[in-house]
Design a protein around this ligand. Structure first.
Ligand code: HEM
Length: 401
């Protein structure tokens, strides 16, 4: 599949002179028989948004209540926390409905995902932070939405917030009362709802928009594939063994995450092969370079490269090239370093093989190092204020200027 994508990407790149516009989306054809709902229908997820959450966000913005929501969210962190006081009543009423697991959530699988993510911690960090993070800049709709939203003007803070989502999902107690993920997902859902109200008022965003408002169910699934399906593919490529039960636990954690983000069951893939089929239709063919994506990438790589003390900056660029492939990296003008390239291509597989061979007798040691690296990255993104947490905030405006 990767070759096919590269071919498609190359053809598109050549046709458009390497800096490209999004490919025209094809009619939606993925059947929901491969979804959690299991119904054999073909509804288009790109025509579905999140009406109830969008309405709540619209009222918060109209009432000028973003500041009170953010003040209340400051004390709302753990899954077990009661809903905070100080928010408008309609926000509380909405959260009372959605701040819970879907009825089909399987606690045993979620508990298994916590264990799995502890074991996979460093691979997830590399694949999701560096690989998916940069991949997101060649998803045209996402790149444009992020660039023109308020957070696009401060990518360091934004990266830290997105990091919080991954951090909370992959935590060893993500779903437990003292974990944070259910709260983080609900905040994110409302932030997306705010963005759906705000971005259509940005002339600069709308100048290139190809949908009435951003972040449809389909767009969320696209991002899910660029993170989770892509990471499943990487783990396979790197020969990291996952038992069928572990692969199922990974998928299930993401299925619940998607549901908490407002994606309907009829669009959520039921298996990894359904997920790959969906990604083949909705993600890989639409990747393309944009002005906004290139700007975001430059900014993000600047942040990633700085704190990696002692490493030639070419090392990080080549690690990104290794993770996302040269076609997309060329669109993004990511620099080359042939020495680092040779080292990474030889040593990363050796590192993974060594780790896999030895992790059964030193799993906790690896986890401690992994946690430390993640904490340092978060600390850097937060300008030294917190190693584990960046508050997710409800935006009240678009990108200034
Ligand atoms: C905000 C995660 C899909 C655009 C956020 C935040 C998180 C997050 C954690 C809150 C942090 C912040 O304010 O930056 C996710 C996840 C997704 C997803 C896990 C799918 C699995 C998307 C998609 C788009 C998008 C598909 C656009 C097409 C945005 C924008 C913001 C945001 C514009 C607000 C940025 C700001 O103004 O600060 N997202 N997102 N997201 N997301 Fe997403």
């Amino acid at each position: 599949m990767e070759n096919l994508n590269r071919r498609q990407a190359l053809t598109l790149g050549a046709a458009l002179g390497l800096t490209t516009l999004a490919a025209t989306p094809q009619a939606w054809a993925w059947s929901s028989s491969g979804s959690l709902a299991g119904t054999d229908t073909v509804a288009d997820p790109f025509q579905v948004w999140d009406p109830v959450a969008d309405e709540v966000a619209a009222r918060v913005l109209a009432d000028g209540a973003a500041a009170s929501v953010n003040a209340a969210w400051g004390s709302w962190r753990d899954n077990r926390d009661p809903l905070p006081s100080g928010m408008p009543g309609y926000v509380t009423a909405y959260l009372q409905q959605v701040n819970r697991l879907p009825s089909w959530a399987d606690p045993a699988l979620l508990a298994q995902s916590e264990k799995l993510y502890t074991r996979l911690s460093s691979y997830l960090f590399v694949s999701e932070s560096l690989g998916s993070g940069i991949l997101s800049t060649v998803i045209p709709r996402e790149a444009r939405a992020v660039y023109w939203s308020e957070g696009g003007a401060d990518m360091k803070a934004r990266a830290a917030k997105t990091f919080t989502f991954g951090y909370d999902l992959h935590s060893a107690r993500a779903w437990q009362p003292t974990g944070h993920f259910i709260v983080t997902a609900n905040k994110t859902r409302l932030v997306h709802a705010a963005v759906r109200n705000l971005l259509p008022t940005s002339a600069k965003f709308m100048a290139t928009a190809d949908q009435p408002k951003p972040i449809s169910n389909g767009d969320i699934l696209r991002t899910f594939h660029s993170v989770a399906t892509y990471t499943q593919n990487n783990l396979k490529k790197w020969h990291v063994h996952l038992s069928p039960a572990e692969a199922a636990a990974d998928l299930h954690a993401w299925q619940v995450a998607l549901s908490l983000l407002g994606v309907r069951d009829e669009f959520i893939p039921a298996s990894w092969s359904d997920a790959r089929a969906q990604a083949d239709q909705m993600l890989w063919p639409v990747l393309a370079g944009t002005f906004e994506g290139n700007e975001l990438c430059k900014t993000l790589l600047g942040y990633v490269q700085d704190p990696v003390a002692g490493l030639d900056t070419g090392f990080v660029s080549e690690l990104v090239r290794y993770l996302i492939g040269d076609t997309y990296a060329n669109w993004l003008n990511i620099p080359r370093d042939f020495l680092a390239r040779a080292i990474i291509r030889t040593d990363w597989p050796l590192y993974v093989a060594f780790r896999e061979a030895t992790s059964w007798f030193m799993p906790n040691t690896y986890y401690l190092f992994d946690q430390a690296i993640r904490a340092i990255a978060m600390l850097y993104l937060n300008n030294g204020t917190s190693a584990t947490y960046t508050p997710i905030t409800f935006p009240a405006a678009n990108r200034p200027g």
